[in-house]
Design a protein around this ligand. Structure first.
Ligand code: ASP
Length: 412
């Protein structure tokens, strides 16, 4: 029964997505001339999309904090937590580096910027990158409540880990506290279920807005760069994630992709890894069988620092800009892109459009014209959808591998 309900929800989300694209493309050109569409229908659809986004955001902080405290306390062993941390970080780094190399390969193959006629007057300003000491310092909260109010994920993770481990150290009394947070986490998962029932409408609304705004015509001059990013993302998911799942979890890629489909679609339409987090956590627990101990640590961390899609996109876009501005890219410059894009993707926040801002860092570091940002900005929403989807799916792949290596009983 539950399985049937689940399939029908997934079907509804997929239908909402497809109808949204078709409807958006169809009404897009008439919106400016139709008062009914322009003043009533589209604003209403926009409102539905925004409500869906807010409902997702509403879940993040309590869900992550409560489930991470309960998760850390349930792992019970500081060495085990450390081991999970090392495996997770290693896998995140390796998959990200592979993604950039794939992005560069796609950029070399598709040659998306060759022969582009760039209109004059484009401008953009470089983003100052933070000193590394500040980046490290920023991981540690000075006031955990402020971290929660600002939804600063890394600081919340750090505090929750301390808190969860201290619950074990505090013995009987600490157990009461971690049981309480386990209860809060369970309640929050119920809220996730309720919100997910709204997903088909939210997905429809968000994708309709995007399709109507862009239309098919704008895509033509950028077809190659879009194709390079989308095909790169698909290849990365199919080869790298399927390979990891088959090799380390001994499961079929179908089992895996079916299990994380809702998170993938939600990431595509919301363009936010952080916003998708509640659904990502729900999917890996319910559909793949990952334990709370592993998922509550691996996924929030992934939504903050693991961005394979963003890394791949930065590889493609660096080449795109170089080609469009006729700057020859040497092998050394491409190696520089791998290094800076890895760091840039780690520093990219899991919110819409963050990758574009970090692209300035990659371009400046290898001496490419910063004006290239303005070139990419026009279609960034379309690229953001694909890269966010890969970002989220990449987190789930690492999560499943770590879970299986830690002896979690994955579903069949
Ligand atoms: N939107 C992406 C995410 O949330 C980040 C990016 O813009 O690359 O994962």
């Amino acid at each position: 029964m539950a399985e049937k309900k689940r399939i029908s929800l997934l079907l509804k989300i997929s239908i909402g997505f497809l109808i949204g694209i078709i409807f958006g493309f169809a009404v897009g050109p008439v919106v400016p001339t139709s008062p009914v569409l322009g003043n009533y229908v589209m604003p209403f659809i926009d409102l539905i999309g925004k409500i869906f986004l807010r409902l997702l955001m509403m879940l993040i902080v309590p869900l992550v904090f409560a489930s991470l405290v309960a998760g850390a306390a349930s792992v019970g062993d500081i060495h085990k937590l450390g081991r999970i941390g090392v495996k997770t970080l290693a896998l995140y780094l390796i998959t990200t580096a592979v993604a950039i190399v794939l992005g560069l390969a796609c950029g070399n193959l598709f040659q998306p910027g060759i022969g582009m006629n760039i209109p004059g007057g484009l401008s953009a300003t470089a983003r100052e990158s933070k000193p590394i000491a500040d980046v490290i310092l920023d991981i540690f909260p000075s006031n955990p409540l402020a971290s929660m109010v600002n939804a600063n994920m890394l600081q919340i993770i750090v505090f929750a880990l301390f808190f969860g481990v201290a619950c074990i150290m505090a013995g009987e009394k600490g157990k009461k506290i971690s049981d309480f947070f386990e209860g809060v986490a369970d309640v929050m998962y119920q809220v996730v279920h309720v919100v997910m029932n709204f997903a088909p409408y939210g997905v429809f609304a968000l994708i309709t807005g995007t399709a109507a705004k862009f239309g098919i015509a704008i895509l033509a001059p950028f077809a190659k760069v879009i194709a390079a990013v989308y095909i790169g993302c698909i290849i990365h998911a199919v080869l790298v994630y399927s390979g990891m799942i088959a090799m380390f979890c001994k499961r079929s890629p179908f089992w895996y992709f079916r299990g994380v489909r809702e998170a993938g679609i939600t990431a595509f339409v919301t363009r936010s890894s952080s916003g998708t987090l509640p659904i990502t956590m729900e999917n890996v627990r319910e559909n793949l069988g990952v334990s709370e101990g592993v998922s509550s640590f691996v996924l929030p961390l992934g939504a903050t620092i693991n961005m394979d899609g963003t890394a791949l996109y930065q590889g493609v876009c660096a080449l795109f800009v170089a080609q469009a501005f006729n700057v020859p890219l040497t092998l050394n410059m491409q190696i520089g892109i791998v290094a800076t894009a890895t760091l840039a993707s780690i520093g990219t926040a899991g919110v819409p459009g963050a990758g574009l801002i970090m692209l300035t860092m990659v371009l400046t570091s290898v001496g490419l014209p910063i004006e290239g940002i303005a070139l990419v900005a026009g279609i960034d929403v379309i690229l953001d959808a694909a890269r966010t989807c890969l970002n989220v799916v990449g987190d789930t792949a690492v999560c499943a591998v770590v879970a299986s290596s830690e002896g979690d009983e994955l579903t069949n």
